[in-house]
Design a protein around this ligand. Structure first.
Ligand SMILES: [Zn+2]
Length: 309
């Protein structure tokens, strides 16, 4: 299912509303919902609402109408019926991915493209969806994302990857992080504060966490959904620490097969870029490896990211 992380909120209690709020913050980036828009959706029978309307309504209720727990349960159960539509990870190298991302700004989502495409991806809210959901077109003839109303869309016939980490990297490239960092700032932060050696004075995120996300240790090709799950798992562990003071972080990188090493490397880059870009207390990150070969592999990948221009 597409909204797998809502499963645990199927029978949500009032005490869990804040957890749900945090999860929505992690998974969605939608524009501020107006009262008019929210109230209008509230009047419609939930069974008649489209996926994107359910998402908007869920946010509206959580933020402005805290009492409607029954309605939240109904919306969540509707969203859980939506099947998984995640795309497999890409075979591109990191520099090919970054090159594609750089070219995205010249690739505008003109209205005419709807006819020749099936799927669209948004690198603002990271949603991947069928083009028939697109109903907003602006005055310049550009399609807007049905979920977040941004123009950061591209289509499947552009032959550009649409997996989660690709969209995350594109977002890092074009958008500022919550702390106001742009892509160049992020590159500098990773260059100056990520170290390829062990340290003892830090919070350790170890291989045990990784074992909960079995996808990367199997032989099957990883999906976008599994990338999302891995990132979510690490964020959750990190969020469970009391991080209101400066801290160092050590990540024990698990031993992986070659093809999964790449996915984990991209995960590390995205995770660290976002962590530095939104957590003012994160000072230094140390990466520790099982083998010298691993260390060389990841160092090379980081270098590609840091030096890309
Ligand atoms: Zn969007």
């Amino acid at each position: 299912m597409k909204y797998w992380y809502l499963e645990k909120y199927k029978h949500i209690k009032v005490t869990e509303l804040n957890l749900l709020k945090n999860d929505l913050k992690f998974f969605f980036c939608i524009k501020k919902i107006t009262k008019k828009e929210g109230e209008a959706l509230l009047l419609i029978d939930i069974n008649l609402l489209k996926e994107e309307e359910l998402i908007i309504l869920l946010h509206y209720i959580i933020y402005y109408k805290k009492s409607s727990l029954n309605k939240i349960v109904l919306i969540i159960n509707k969203l859980l019926e939506i099947p998984d539509n995640s795309m497999p990870t890409t075979d591109y190298t990191l520099s090919e991915m970054l090159e594609e991302i750089k070219n995205l700004s010249g690739n505008r989502p003109y209205k005419e493209k709807i006819q020749n495409n099936n799927i669209a991806a948004c690198y603002n809210c990271l949603n991947v969806f069928y083009v028939d959901k697109i109903s907003y077109i602006n005055k310049r003839n550009i399609c807007l994302c049905p979920f977040c109303k941004s123009t950061n869309l591209y289509f499947d016939n552009d032959y550009i990857p649409m997996n989660y980490y690709f969209l995350k990297l594109a977002k890092l490239y074009y958008k500022q992080t919550p702390l106001g960092c742009n892509f160049k700032n992020i590159q500098k932060l990773l260059k100056n504060f990520v170290f390829f050696k062990e340290t003892s004075e830090s919070i350790v995120l170890n291989t045990k966490i990784f074992k909960n996300t079995k996808a990367l240790s199997s032989n099957k090709k990883v999906t976008s959904f599994e990338e999302e799950k891995l990132l979510y798992t690490y964020y959750n562990v990190l969020n469970n620490y009391d991080l209101t003071y400066n801290f160092n972080l050590t990540i024990e990188v698990p031993s992986l097969e070659d093809k999964n090493k790449f996915t984990f490397g991209i995960f590390l880059i995205v995770f660290l870029a976002e962590s530095f870009g939104e957590n003012p207390y994160l000072k230094k990150v140390f990466l520790s490896f099982k083998t010298a070969g691993d260390s060389i592999f990841y160092k090379k990948l980081f270098k590609t990211f840091i030096t890309f221009s």
